[in-house]
Write a protein that binds this ligand. Structure first.
Ligand SMILES: Cc1cc2nc3c(=O)[nH]c(=O)nc-3n(C[C@H](O)[C@H](O)[C@H](O)COP(=O)(O)OP(=O)(O)OC[C@H]3O[C@@H](n4cnc5c(N)ncnc54)[C@H](O)[C@@H]3O)c2cc1C
Length: 578
């Protein structure tokens, strides 16, 4: 039976209440009647877990410049980032950090009272000469502080919040966006939001992997709804593994721990990064450190020959750990029973960040396969691909990305929407959503979502992670294709309307299955190694053939791939040596 339908009308609807969504809502609400739709209560969004910091060339503790930040970002991304967007981001980062400070964000301070800054991977001075202190931080709770600060401001500005509403579909009419459809988790009703403009800020999708730093809710729902509506996803083959996840659990130990002087050691106690990145050592970009860790483990130099290594903080002053890294010290005590003052921390690379996502320009406007703007549709934050991170994101650059492009998207929307009309809605806008819900709750197929999820995460972890080969990717692809067929028979046992978390998890599984599929197809096609995409059978970067973005589009039930040029302005591609 179809569910009850409730309708709303707003000028602007923002989906997602992480840093990107809230920043956009703040700007949009200056001129527009604005609603934020979020499946989580806003302050539970993943931005709140970000630990290490937000990069901006303030130059508070040593000389720095946005050009150096730009160079590091382009080089860190293995020259795949669009340099016009990177330039914009690195310039704006400075202004936005001060704006956050003025909103009340409690950053750590230098003795003179300026915002303090610390080192992070891949951030250097004078175009690669030596590490620089660029990351602005609030202990190891930077994201938490950003989220709380922005949420308070949104409340002050009377933004309407629809908390625990799960996005199901985006409504497109003649190539323009007319709104979204969402499920109200508390009641089970379907809500149609008629809007002049929609901004998607639904975050990443690390949950397609078994070992990940990402919260359970990071299933890429926003990316999936646009993909299912025939819009492209860009650079899906690039997924970042962070070097230091807690062994087996994947919970993140911030790179800030190495920024404060922490050292990675193998089973022989060696500081192995000396062999892989003689200048930046443990603070080389994440793709390089994760590969080095896999190689050490593969060559039998894991701790006691096992598949993990040590992050050693024991030589640091205990008061530095307690003051600057209090949360991670707590995590390792709680989850591992390890005292970081006296014992090294067992770590392994953990699936962390999606460089790919919904293609946008630097105004956060969504682009179709031909590169044309989709009027009324915007995306910002981890679900978007601007692309400022190219093939590998530098630490602290996601928090910059979400606030810079969330703000930009919100501003653009605030200019555009007041003068625009509401498009008429399609006739039965909720039909696709109703069908998807009723299929899952009336199926008799007997397949379990939990079982399919487990098999998917294992396959992705085994074959589509730090190192990839043609044979492995083909194996993963065959498994995903089968799992998608089995997904069609998933049968949700709980038939309740209210707070049906089993149904929600089944919806989320459908999303990660589609995104894992797109990731694997794109990874199989890219016959080179660049940034986080490392093909053992094609170990070199191949600029002649592959200095281009990939676009994956769903067409007639299959994925078709095409390419898009990279914007290069100041920095010509060079080999990456650190
Ligand atoms: C443990 C950890 C530590 C990190 N540390 C750092 C760091 O120190 N520095 C840094 O730069 N980056 C860091 N990152 C990365 C960075 O935090 C994220 O990339 C960034 O916060 C993403 O922000 P966002 O606004 O795009 O999405 P999120 O903060 O993930 O928010 C997504 C929002 O979308 C909503 N949503 C999702 N699906 C739906 C749906 N179907 N319907 C309705 N709403 C939906 C959610 O409710 C949520 O509000 C870290 C990431 C992790 C996991």
């Amino acid at each position: 039976m179809p569910r009850p339908v409730v309708r709303h009308q707003y000028d602007a609807v923002i989906v997602g209440a992480g840093g990107a969504g809230l920043m956009a809502a703040l700007e949009a609400s200056k001129t527009c009647k604005t609603a934020v739709v979020s499946k989580l209560y806003p302050t539970r969004s993943h931005t709140g877990t970000a630990q290490g910091g937000i990069g901006a060339a303030l130059g508070n503790v040593e000389p720095d410049s946005w050009e150096w930040h730009m160079f590091d970002t382009v080089k860190g991304g293995d020259y795949l980032a669009d340099q016009d967007a990177v330039e914009f981001m690195c310039q704006e980062a400075i202004r936005v950090v001060y704006e956050l400070e003025h909103m009340g964000l409690p950053f750590n301070r230098t003795p003179e009272g300026k915002i303090d800054q610390r080192r992070f991977g891949g951030h250097t001075k004078e175009f690669g000469k030596a590490p620089v202190r660029r990351s602005c931080y609030a202990a190891d709770r930077t994201g938490h502080m950003i989220l709380q600060t922005l949420y308070q401001q949104c409340i002050k500005q009377a933004v309407s919040f629809f908390d625990e509403f799960h996005l199901l579909d985006v409504l497109l009419q003649d190539g323009r966006c007319a709104g979204v459809v969402a499920l109200c988790l508390a009641t089970g009703e379907v809500h149609v939001f008629h809007a002049k403009a929609v901004l998607l800020a639904t975050g990443g999708f690390g949950r397609m992997y078994k070992v990940t730093s990402n919260a359970h809710t990071l299933t890429g729902d926003g990316c999936t709804v646009v993909f299912r509506r025939g819009l492209p996803l860009e650079d899906m083959e690039f997924f970042q593994f962070h070097p230091t996840g807690i062994y087996k659990l994947g919970i993140l130990i911030t790179e800030g721990a190495r920024g404060e002087g922490g050292i990675l050691r193998n089973g022989r106690g060696e500081r192995f990064m000396e062999r892989y990145a003689p200048t930046l050592l443990d603070l080389a970009p994440r793709d390089m450190v994760s590969r080095a860790m896999y190689l050490e483990i593969r060559e039998g130099r894991g701790i006691e020959g096992k598949d993990y290594l040590h992050l050693d903080l024991t030589h640091l002053d205990p008061s530095v750990i307690d003051r600057k890294l209090p949360d991670i010290a707590d995590f390792v005590r709680t989850y591992l029973g390890v005292d970081p003052h006296r014992q090294p921390i067992p770590v392994q690379p953990t699936a962390h960040y999606a460089m790919g996502g919904i293609p946008t320009n630097l105004h956060a406007e969504v682009l179709d396969e031909r590169g044309q703007v989709v009027p009324g549709l915007y995306a910002a934050g981890e679900c978007a691909c601007v692309s400022v991170h190219g093939a590998n994101r530098l630490g602290t650059n996601s928090l910059v990305d979400i606030v810079v492009f969330g703000r930009r998207g919100g501003q653009r929307l605030a200019q555009w929407a007041p003068a625009a009309d509401h498009l008429p809605l399609p006739k039965e806008p909720e039909v696709m959503a109703q069908e998807a819900l009723s299929r899952l709750t009336t199926n008799l197929g007997g397949e379990s979502a939990a079982q399919i999820r487990d098999e998917l995460q294992q396959a992705m972890m085994a074959q589509v992670s730090v190192f990839r080969t043609e044979a492995g990717l083909k194996e993963a692809l065959a498994a995903i294709v089968q799992l998608r067929v089995r997904y069609g028979r998933v049968d949700v046992q709980d038939k309740a309307l209210r707070f049906n978390t089993e149904l929600e998890e089944a919806l989320e599984l459908g999303c990660v299955l589609d995104l894992a599929w797109a990731t694997t197809v794109a990874a199989l096609a890219r016959r080179e190694s660049r940034g986080a995409h490392c093909r053992e059978d094609f170990p070199d970067r191949d600029d002649a053939n592959w200095l281009k973005h990939s676009l994956a589009v769903l067409r007639d039930g299959a994925i078709s791939l095409s390419a898009k040029p990279v914007t290069i302005t100041r920095f010509q591609p060079k080999p990456r040596v650190y």
